[in-house]
Structure formats: structure tokens, C-alpha cells
Write a protein that binds this ligand. Structure first.
Ligand code: ATP
Ligand code: MG
Length: 411
């Protein structure tokens, strides 16, 4: 991608209410644009990152054997009355049609997925089943804040599993938990698995996945070494003690909730009277689990974790591009060499952001730091005099000169 052709360029000023690193750098870097509090457009650069994160999530859900679907956000009031959540869920957006019909705007999808699966599944032989989607969610948050961390419209992967026994549910729940650990580690994140109470969903077993960063809202006691963590509010361990799982040191820290999984029991299948025939030829109530990852929040949490005072430092797995190619100055030979390198990188299937603008060296290098692509390659009169380019990793302070003939092998 030629940066001269990019829609949504870097800007000097962040959004007016930027209260966090992700709000500041994602807007200044041209990744997102704030439409209003808690609502963002994902610009091309930001969409690249969001898609990479969502693809990692998708691959790990597929590996579990879950099937991807895509459910409506416009949901009939009747379903929400069945589960007794039309009243009482304060964050539920409600709308009225011109014929006075009431709808909910999906903040979650139990009310859609339960009758959907009920429609298709009659026998225990067809279970277990897990379906998931990656969709936009709407929540009437009292206070939208921290950039994309707490929005009123945001992205979520939500998966729902259906079982005929508690044992089977727990087996899948455990596999899903492991898949979540894999998702977050593939995104480069240090995430703690925190036992939680079920909140508005259920009082059954539930786990939160907390990305450790000072920017987090949730207070935790977590292990310095392994993934063990507890919410301070319900902690049974204390700071300074040995971790019950690996005997590492427990510390007080903060986390961003990037995922949450629940054993829902029969809460929703009771509401919709979802039964299947069991092996004994009798009807039996279905058990359910649900599993969420806030994919847009995860992008924000990655920025909170990986940045310095100049900008973002993307982990390679989710970076919008692998290489940020910068040509400096107006020299024709430099321009030609940069063009040639750009095409060579592309032909190797490497994702390149090529800053081909007529801009000052200072501005181009500052933008490269702000955007945060892992590998920066600079072509200038000075580097070409040595038959070389300058190669620098975003997370290192030193650059090195690399011969033009070797650069493709280096990256
Ligand atoms: P929170 O406690 O932060 O309000 P929640 O527990 O209500 O979140 P869940 O219903 O568990 O959220 O939703 C699953 C995931 O969706 C969360 O773990 C989080 O990553 C993400 N999420 C929830 N609310 C928002 C929001 N307003 N903006 C962005 N992501 C969100
Ligand atoms: Mg939650």
C-alpha cells in the first residue's frame, strides 16, 4: 500500500477526549475515527488490524470444531421477554418501528441463538454443537471511555455451545478456555485466566480473561509467572503469597477484560423450553455455555500494552503491515530504488506500507513510529552510497545497515 494513496492519514492532534494511549494513538495514527463518544469508524489501517485479530479468533474457534454463523442485531422484543431481560438489562438499546413494534439492538445473542438452534436440533445425537459469530454489538453504556476499550457499538466474537450433560459441557468449556489462552498468546498478549462470578448471565462457573496493563479497569491479584489471577473483589489469595498453581509470586495489578466465558446451565434453554430426545427415548433439557471475546477491545488492549511515547509497537501477528518502507529526499535514484524494493517485497507476498510521499524525513520517521509497523526500512542517498538500506525494528533502538542484496533475506 502506498501511503500517499491511504485514506485516513496521521494527524497531529488526537481526539479531544483522548483519555488513554489507545484513544490517542489509534486516532492520531489514522486507525480509527471517532464518530461520537463510544462509536468509531475503522479506517483502512485499523481495519487491517481488527481483521487480523478476528482471523486469529476465527482460526482458534474453527479448531475447536465450532461453526461460524452470522446473526441479526435487530431482535424482536418477544424473545427478550421470554428470558425476562427486556426490562432490567440497563445497557439494552431498544427501538420502535413506524408500526409501533419494539426491537432490541443486540448487546448479546442468547435470545437469538437459543431459538435458532432449537429450531434445527431435535436429538441428543446432534449434540454437542457450538456455533459462533463475529459481529457488532450495541450497549447503552452510561460512560463510554478509553477509546475502543468501552464503546457503545463494538465488535465481539460470541460462541454458544449446547450439550446434553454437565460433563460434556465442562469438557468443551475447558477446551474453549485453552483456545482462548491460545488466541491471546497469538496476539502477543499476557492474559490472566481469572475465575469470576457470572454477572448478569448466571451464577454458575465463569472465567474472565484479563490483559495485564496499568490501563486496566479491573483490580487483580495475579501470578507473575503463570496465567493464574483472581479479581480483588472475590480473591481467596493475597498479594505477596505464593501462587497456588505454580508457587510464583502473587502481585497486585490491573487488567482489561478481553474475554469472558460462562456455563449458562439451563437459564436460556428453560426460557425457550429447549429439549431434545435422549438415548432413553425421553425428552431432556439442553445445557448451554457461552464464550465472548471483545475483538475491538482487544485491539485497544494491545495498544495499551505495546506503545511508547512515540506511538504503537504492534506485535507482528496483528500488525497492519509487516514492513514500513520509507524513501527519504527527492533524489531520483533513491525514488527508483525504493520503488524497486517495494515491488520486490510485494512479489514475495510481504505486506508493505510504502511511504512514497513528498514529506520531510522528520515527518516520515515520526509517522512510522506512530503507526508502529514492526520493520522499518529506510532508503536514502546516504544508505545507497553504501549500496544499502537502513533496517530498524520498531521495538529496538538501534538501526542497522543492510546490503540491498540481502534485505529480502533479512525480513
Ligand atoms: P465490562 O465488565 O467491561 O462492562 P462485560 O462483562 O459486560 O464487560 P461481556 O458481556 O462479558 O462484557 O462481553 C464479552 C466481551 O465483550 C468482554 O469480555 C469485553 O471484552 C467485550 N466488551 C464488553 N463490553 C464492551 C464495550 N462496551 N466495548 C468494547 N468491548 C466490550
Ligand atoms: Mg464480562
Amino acid at each position: 500500500m502506498r501511503y500517499s494513496q491511504m485514506f485516513g492519514k496521521t494527524t497531529k492532534s488526537a481526539q479531544a477526549d483522548a483519555d488513554s494511549a489507545n484513544a490517542k494513538f489509534l486516532t492520531q495514527g489514522g486507525f480509527v475515527d471517532q464518530e461520537m463518544a463510544g462509536v468509531y469508524t475503522w479506517l483502512p489501517l485499523g481495519l487491517h488490524v481488527l481483521r487480523k485479530v478476528e482471523q486469529i479468533v476465527r482460526e482458534e474457534m474453527n479448531a475447536l470444531g465450532a461453526l461460524e454463523i452470522f446473526m441479526p442485531s435487530l431482535q424482536p422484543k418477544e424473545y427478550w421477554e421470554k428470558t425476562k431481560r427486556w426490562e432490567g438489562v440497563d445497557i439494552l438499546f431498544k427501538l420502535k418501528s413506524q408500526t409501533d413494534k419494539d426491537y432490541a439492538l443486540g448487546c448479546t445473542h442468547e435470545e437469538v441463538v437459543t431459538p435458532l438452534v432449537q429450531k434445527f436440533i431435535q436429538s441428543y445425537k446432534e449434540l454437542p454443537l457450538a456455533v459462533y459469530q463475529i459481529n457488532t454489538k450495541f450497549r447503552d453504556e452510561l460512560r463510554a471511555k478509553s477509546g475502543v476499550l468501552r464503546g457503545r457499538e463494538f465488535r465481539m466474537k460470541d460462541m454458544y455451545s449446547f450439550h446434553t450433560s454437565q460433563e460434556d459441557l465442562e469438557k468443551f468449556y475447558h477446551r474453549a478456555l485453552q483456545a482462548y489462552v491460545k488466541v491471546f498468546s497469538r496476539c502477543g498478549m499476557n492474559v490472566k485466566v481469572v475465575q469470576a462470578s457470572g454477572g448478569i448471565f448466571t451464577s454458575n462457573i465463569s472465567h474472565e480473561f484479563q490483559a495485564i496493563t496499568p490501563a486496566g479497569e479491573d483490580n487483580l491479584i495475579a501470578c507473575e509467572v503463570c496465567s493464574f489471577g483472581q479479581n480483588v473483589e472475590i480473591a481467596t489469595v493475597k498479594e505477596g503469597e505464593a501462587c497456588p498453581e505454580c508457587s510464583g509470586k502473587l502481585i497486585k495489578t490491573k487488567g482489561i477484560e478481553v474475554g469472558n466465558i460462562f456455563d449458562l446451565g439451563t437459564k436460556y434453554t428453560d426460557a425457550f423450553e429447549f429439549d431434545v430426545n435422549n438415548a432413553e427415548g425421553k425428552v431432556q433439557r439442553v445445557l448451554m455455555g457461552c464464550y465472548g471475546i471483545g475483538t475491538s477491545r482487544l485491539v485497544g488492549a494491545i495498544v495499551e500494552t505495546f506503545h511508547d511515547d512515540k506511538g504503537i509497537i504492534w506485535p507482528e501477528s496483528v500488525a497492519p503491515y509487516k514492513v514500513h518502507l520509507v524513501s527519504l529526499g527527492n533524489d531520483e535514484a533513491v525514488k527508483q530504488e525504493a520503488e524497486k524494493l517495494y515491488n520486490e517485497l510485494l512479489s514475495k507476498g510481504i505486506e508493505v506500507l510504502f511511504d512514497d510521499r513528498d514529506a520531510s524525513a522528520g515527518a516520515k520517521l515520526a509517522d512510522a513510529d506512530l503507526i508502529g509497523v514492526p520493520w522499518r526500512v529506510v532508503v536514502s542517498k546516504k544508505t545507497l552510497a553504501e549500496g544499502s538500506v537502513e533496517l530498524k525494528e520498531r521495538n529496538k533502538s538501534e538501526a542497522e545497515m543492510v546490503k540491498l542484496s540481502e534485505i529480502l533475506n533479512k525480513i
